[in-house]
Write a protein that binds this ligand. Structure first.
Ligand code: ZN
Length: 466
């Protein structure tokens, strides 16, 4: 049995030198400097070029594809193991204690943009591969270490790679967290489109709630008029007192402004928040609001309120391994004159499609004259936990860390893993380490990076010698 921890430790100095030289490049996508030669601006391409020169000197076969993606290759065989890494970083932003592009090590932590997202983990995987090559391990398959340069926005490079190169047999991306992500739900927004109009003794002038489809709205505000605004205000105050939200009713010259404050949360689990907009609509739906405004309020207040699992639309669905279909009402906007929209963001497991979801919604909305518009979607991605790739990577993780009870996870977000049928995300953030990605003072403990390297060494070794 090879002692991978010792092997990784022996690489630490060279690894940090190469990593730090790459972290000094401000490889942020910059569309203002985009040219035909450098479609993402010059800096991501510069990081790619320097990495490929490094890999060539290390003895790898390399290729730069259009300055947006490239690879370093080793080994021979019919099958190809792909490692999907990347060299772009988020803009630094403000409030750093040190220069984000002049990395420093303090108290055992490497600080700098890209330390954890994702130059640090990517280069740990590269060094794992390089170590096996330098040990003269006999590879029974090809390994391609593929580096994108645009993960933080459109995946331009990685998409180009899969357009022009054959799909690898399987692979992993060191661009998320340990232990391993083998499933990602699909993601689609469906919008309900309303005309303007009011018809009832209570009039909804306007209604606004939400900032983004994938967030539970914290605030909601509606303008309403009625014959008896004073009793409306009283009823609202009583309603709010019984709910887990706060609210305020402000009398205005032409009616009442109602405000509710709930609790924001990520839209992938609406139960973690209190949706201010659906609470406000559930209050208003007891009033005589009719016409388009009435349909808007009824659909939110009666059908969507506290129903992230969609029982009211007869759409409750669960996959045994990927979990529930969930829905977040992320944006609710209505104006008496112009009409409005409700943005419903769905996270869907395998076994159901956006078209099926849309058809079920339409059964409720069509009689109300409300159109359902489907936005772009990402399909669910799942690699079976018994796939030899997942088994091999999980074994290496458990063996190197001693975390023997660890299990692969399904998440709501998107990683490079989904680029391949048999693709997963594997590392490199450990559960015990603070997540500082995209933040000021981004860091990664050097010990974590070296631990990740030893996990990647054992993983790649077992995959190329089995
Ligand atoms: Zn990121």
């Amino acid at each position: 049995m090879i002692d991978w921890k010792t092997k990784a430790k022996q690489q630490q100095e060279d690894y940090l030198n190469d990593l730090i030289s790459l972290m000094k490049i401000q490889s942020v996508r910059d569309d203002t400097q985009a040219t035909d030669e450098f479609p993402l601006g010059p800096k991501p391409a510069q990081a790619l070029t320097i990495f490929l020169e490094m890999a060539q000197q290390d003895g790898f076969r390399t290729r730069n594809i259009d300055n947006v993606v490239g690879y370093a290759e080793w080994g021979e065989g019919e099958e190809t193991l792909a490692i999907l890494a990347r060299l772009d970083v988020m803009p630094a932003g403000n409030s750093w204690d040190t220069d984000p592009f002049d990395p420093v090590i303090k108290n055992g932590n490497l600080y700098g943009r890209g330390a954890s997202d994702d130059k640090g983990p990517g280069m740990a995987a590269y060094y794992a591969l390089k170590t096996l090559k330098d040990m003269d391990v006999k590879f029974n398959k090809k390994v391609r270490f593929i580096v994108g340069t645009d993960e933080e926005s459109d995946w331009t490079g990685m998409k180009r790679y899969f357009e022009v190169e054959p799909e690898p047999t399987f692979g992993f991306s060191p661009d998320a967290e340990f232990p391993l992500i083998n499933g990602e739900k699909g993601n689609v927004s469906l919008k309900l489109d309303f005309e303007g109009g009011n018809d009832g003794s209570v009039q909804l002038k306007s209604f606004h709630s939400g900032l983004r489809p994938n967030m539970v709205p914290r605030e909601a505000e509606a303008q309403v008029t009625s014959d008896d605004n004073a009793s409306l205000v009283n009823a609202f105050t009583e309603f709010v007192a019984k709910q887990p939200v706060t609210g305020e009713a402000v009398a205005e010259s032409d009616g009442v402004k109602l405000i509710i404050v709930g609790k924001a949360a990520h839209g992938m689990e609406p139960r973690n928040g209190e949706n201010a907009g659906t609470y406000l609509a559930s209050f208003l739906q007891t009033y005589d609001i009719k016409g388009a405004a009435g349909n808007f309020i009824t659909l939110i207040g009666q059908y969507m309120h506290q129903d992230s699992r969609l029982h009211n639309f007869d759409l409750a669905f669960k996959d045994d391994v990927m979990g529930d279909l969930t829905m977040n009402v992320g944006l609710m906007n209505f104006d008496e004159q112009d009409g409005g929209q409700i943005d419903m963001n769905f996270r869907y497991p395998k076994g159901i499609t956006p078209d099926e979801i849309q058809a079920k919604l339409a059964m409720v909305t069509t009689p109300k004259n409300v159109k359902v518009i489907q936005g772009a979607f990402m399909v669910p991605h799942y690699v079976d936990a018994s796939d030899p790739l997942v088994v091999t990577l999980m074994d290496a993780y458990r063996h190197q860390t001693g975390d023997v009870d660890a299990l692969p996870e399904v998440v709501g977000g998107g990683t490079y893993g989904r680029m391949m049928k048999r693709g997963v995300a594997f590392g490199a953030l450990f559960a015990h380490t603070e997540d500082t990605m995209h933040q000021a003072n981004e860091f990664q403990p050097v010990d974590d990076l070296i631990m990740a390297m030893s996990i990647y060494m054992e993983s790649i070794f077992n995959l190329v010698t089995d």
